[in-house]
Design a protein around this ligand. Sequence first.
Ligand code: FES
Length: 175
Amino acid sequence: MTETGKVHSAGMHVHRGEGCECLAADLARAEAILAELSPVDPGDLIPLLQRLQEAYGYLPKEVLAEVSERTGIPLSRMYGVITFYTQFSTEPRGRHTIRCCTGTACHVRGAKDVAEAILHEIDVEAGGTTSDGRFTFENVACLGTCFLAPVVMVDEEYFGQLTPAKARAIVKNYA
Ligand code: FES
C-alpha cells in the first residue's frame, strides 16, 4: 500500500487515488443499475448484462463478480450467457467494431485480402482491439448480404464490393 493507494475489495488492483480509473471507483455504475432494476429477477439476466455493458463498454470480471454476489445469480450462469451471445464481451472493446465476413461468397471474392488490408491499416490482430481503442476487429460468418460480397460491417453500417484499397479508405474515416 502506498500513501495514496489502497487495495480495493477484490485485492487485485492498487487504487491510485483521485482520478484512478480502477473498478473500485467504477462499481458505482453497476450499483446504480442494480438499484434501478431491483429486485433483480434471474430471468432478467440478459437485459441486466446489456445495461452493464452499455455502462462500461464491456463486462469487467470484477463487476460481474460483484453483481453475482449482490443478486445471487451464479457467475457460471452469467458466463454461460456471455459466451453464448456474441454481443457480450468481457474484454475492453474499441469504439467501433469491424466485422469482416469470411463466408463462402465473400471468401471467393477476395475477403481475405480485404481483411488483411484492414488489419494492416489499423495495426491489430484478428479478434483484437487496437491499442488506441478505436477498433475491435472480428471475423464473422455470412453477414447475410452475399450479393454485396466481399462485405465488411463497421458498427451497424454495411460496406460491400470491397477491394483492399476501398476497405483501407473506409476505416480511415472512423475516429
Ligand atoms: S458470405 Fe459474406 S455476406 Fe454472405
